[in-house]
Design a protein around this ligand. Sequence first.
Ligand code: NAP
Length: 355
Amino acid sequence: MAGGGEETTVVVRNKKVVLRRHVTGYPTEEDMEIVADTVRLSVPAGLTAVLVKNLYLSCDPWMRLRMTKHDDGASIPVPATDFVVGEVLVNYGVGKVIDSTYPGFNASDLVWGMSGWEEYTLVTHPESLIKINHPELPLSYYTGVLGMPGHTAYAGFVEVGRPKRGDSVFVSAASGAVGQVVGQLAKIAGCYVAGSAGSDEKVELLKSTFGFDDAFNYKSEKDLAAALQRCLPHGIDIYFDNVGGATLDAALLHMRHGGRVVACGMISQYNLEEPDGLRNLGCIISKAVRVEGFSVRGYLHGYARFEEEMAGYIRERKVAVVEDVVDGIERAPAALIGLFTGRNVGKQLVVLERE
Ligand code: NAP
């Protein structure tokens, strides 16, 4: 394609997912709408941008937070603007460059980064795009283990959790995109690791595929503290928290002296109008626990090192990957809302076109 100089008149269909209304409570498919638009296959003259054909869309929990208008009282602020009614949803994706006027990016380059939930996106902030260095691995991995969720697991566990050999690690939402990577990094670091998940099938996956030492189904346990005592009899050195709420409260009771809580996400709270309270915060004082929140965006400087290390683990089969893949942009809304009932088994993504 033209590199921005000569403008093509080729215009093609561009189906997209737009927000139909702001959301309170659990999101539904009706909160989103598929609309048919068109796109011209070149960057308009005078604009510095990259035109990307989207191949894989990532479904990530934080999209739900952006569906609530902040003026409407969202309880968890996110470092990004709210989605706008009538406009395309925006999130991480994997794509192929069709045309570019941004230095260093050329037609046919494979990239991942912030894109639209549509077939083609004119990326006007191309500094958010990253070139894919390992196209020999499945490209879809750049929505998960090699992309934002994998990097979140790595930055949170290694840099915030600071594991030591022999530590006891607990991970919630453990079979999901972030959790499955955290558990496997913990095993590589020589830790004992237990996880929680929302079905017996997921519990089995944790133990058989991801190498967790133990796991429990939090939906069928009467007493979360007892489940933690059973799976982590010596207490918890690092709790990697993906869910917040009752699981966080139970984990606080079970922390060891000097333990670390890596506050990664609180998915159990994202659809509540009033967040749950915690009763066991006093344990932070009595057990000298460090609770530290983080956003992966604060660790982007370390992405290149992470990508190399993780690609190595995948090649050496030290890290297994489980994805939940749906086909076609029409199925993207259902895939997204499935994150909040635990319908996904592994990293949830949508394939638009396989390379
Ligand atoms: P995921 O685990 O692949 O999918 C979400 C999972 O959350 C569901 O499959 C479900 O699994 C679980 N879940 C849903 N509702 C729940 C509830 N009420 N209570 C307990 N578990 C519930 O998602 P992910 O992409 O890996 O994200 C995991 C967490 O990390 C989220 O909180 C997300 O916001 C956070 N995150 C943070 C950062 C950061 O920079 N700090 C970056 C990325 C993600 P079960 O079947 O096991 O319930």
